[in-house]
Ligand binder design. Sequence first.
Ligand code: ATP
Ligand code: MG
Ligand code: MG
Length: 374
Amino acid sequence: MLAASASLLNIKVVILDVGEHSPAKQILAPTDPKFTHIDGSFKDPEKILQLSEKVDVLTVEIEHVDVDILDKVAQSRRVQIHPSPSTIRVIQDKYNQKIHLQKAGIAVAEFLKIPEPTPEAVHAAMDKLGLPLMIKSRTLAYDGRGNFVLRHASEIEEALATLKDRPLYAEKWVKFEREIAVMVVRTVNGTVTSYPAVETVHKDNICLLTFAPLRSPDPATIENARRLAESAVLTFEGAGIFGVEMFQLLDGTLYVNEIAPRPHNSGHYTIEACETSQFENHLRAILNLPLGSTALKVPSSVMLNLIGGSNDMSQLTSFVGYALNVPGAAIHMYGKTECRGGRKMGHITIVGDSDAQVNDRLRPLLTQLPIPMS
Ligand code: ATP
Ligand code: MG
Ligand code: MG
């Protein structure tokens, strides 16, 4: 999606990813040998170095990259890196991210380090924070792969076996009323602008739906969410788009759950529903171009993730065939070659004149989803 935005602005992009025909490379065919894409991992320092030699500005779409090499590239001052490597470093370790936010006075749920992945250490965290307890991997986490909900002390061994030898920390269970997300775009001068607050609905720790704008009767919540998200992003360095995930409690209190230093799933709705998409504004921000408006251009929208139910792609293909009949529905398939259970293969955004109309358009799709709804 970033590649698609870049292509509309004639911005030349070199992509580093595994595979000659990985999704972004399918969008941008190099027109000059200088801009040929790189086949390799974004964790491979050599490949990152190779990429840095071809570009003026380097950005990431995932935070799990090798930061040591980014630091070295940044020192050379030939290439600008956005967001800054220091931001990526703090965010890629969720425990350090929480410490950073807490020190900056940003509200987060109570959390504790689990110094070693041992039953005793988990027990100690449980004694302090109570049950249920959210045990999280500090690193390499996404789509809830790295989270374990401990409901009883007898599950500690299972939790450790599931999370293997990953570095862990514990979070107090948050009885949230809803989950809210706000996309924030930060310029090279350090100013921030936010998109409207949205509600995200997760199933099995994976984002399934995003309702935009936030369907809250309380305008204060919307403003508070935007303000909290902007304050959180102001504590980091470097330009670009950031996704801020929050929990809202019944009394309106907001906590930051986590921050993504990149385009985010909860901002995909901006492609059809806002005047400028998160992807375009990310490009504008990192290239120091004027930002586009973040305002909604439709009264209501919902984004539905297309998550693989198994390794059988045909289920999703027939679902998409069905979705083609839904008015206001825009389909995005990502061109991933392999379908797997729990893998995000695409998404659909439905826009409409009212929340009621969007609900009516969404409802039949939910009954046809290849994954069971509960
Ligand atoms: P992603 O990066 O894909 O958003 P992740 O793997 O980093 O996900 P989290 O965002 O930490 O995982 O958690 C996933 C979901 O689990 C949250 O959106 C929320 O629904 C639930 N969750 C996380 N932390 C807590 C908590 N402390 N209490 C209750 N629920 C939680
Ligand atoms: Mg995450
Ligand atoms: Mg998350």
